[in-house]
Design a binder for this molecule. Sequence first.
Ligand SMILES: [Zn+2]
Ligand SMILES: [Zn+2]
Length: 329
Amino acid sequence: MFLDAPRTPLVRRDLDVREPGVDEVRLRVLACGVCRTDLHVVDGELTKPKLPIVPGHEIVGVIEAIGARVSALHLGDRVGVPWLGSTCGHCRYCARHDENLCDNAIFTGYTRDGGFATHVVADARYCFRIPSSLGDVEAAPLLCAGLIGYRSYRMLPQARDASRAPNLGLYGFGAAAHILAQVALHDHRRVYAFTRDGDVEGQRFARSLGCTWAGGSSDAPPETLDAAIVLAPVGALVPRALAHVDKGGVVVCGGIHMSDIPSFPYELLWGERVLRSVANLTRDDGALLDLAARIPVHTTTHTYALVDANRALDDLRHGRFEGAAVLVP
Ligand SMILES: [Zn+2]
Ligand SMILES: [Zn+2]
């Protein structure tokens, strides 16, 4: 399914599969999640896609062709392809192991064709093995919603008060938050879920996963937050989160795109509060996949046929489901 121009529907096109390059593998796609970043590409909010582009960067597939230099993966392996498609390996960010910040990175479903397709060619060095206990559809949302959420989570400070397990606020309770909540609860954190105001169904969903409290994003949580992660693309949530975070606490912005953050009084940041973003992922963040299998994390998914990709994107745009949408060819 191709995007020819921003703000137009994806169109189906039947093409021959291509052979992988020396460092590449070709996968038969088993499932591909639909991420909010795909919406940002389709809606023209991320402005530099290769066009036409096949979106999709939460790909689970089985290897059916392999490049001459690939030795770590084999025919028949089931692997995941994430947003980070490849990096240059020699810029100053790559040199200091910040490959997520690479100046020359290639992104799956944005600057190289992604997984809204029956087949995809990927750089083998950036693929992840999928633990066998995770189903194809179940694993797909882990590959971006999960990885980016986990990267945000890794930016939280360690608990320094042994008498009290830290808590965590999650602003925006979509695909990433529903995975992250399970990871945080596994770490004995109390999790406070903030949905759109009035989203009773979303709050019920958050509580069903074990969140201690769920309310609207205008509501005050029952206690001060040690940290908050903002996963909705809404800049107005940033000062709201800061207002509820304790001195020394952290607010992490997990999304790739956000509406403008309104100005706010310095007092909200005072007290050594930290406001930061996370960008993309590194291959180290792939540790989430084994962790998710161990906990185990259960993803809530809504499957669509590949040809219904436009409907899946529209349902995501309008928040018509809980959890994550996944396309199945
Ligand atoms: Zn680089
Ligand atoms: Zn994504």
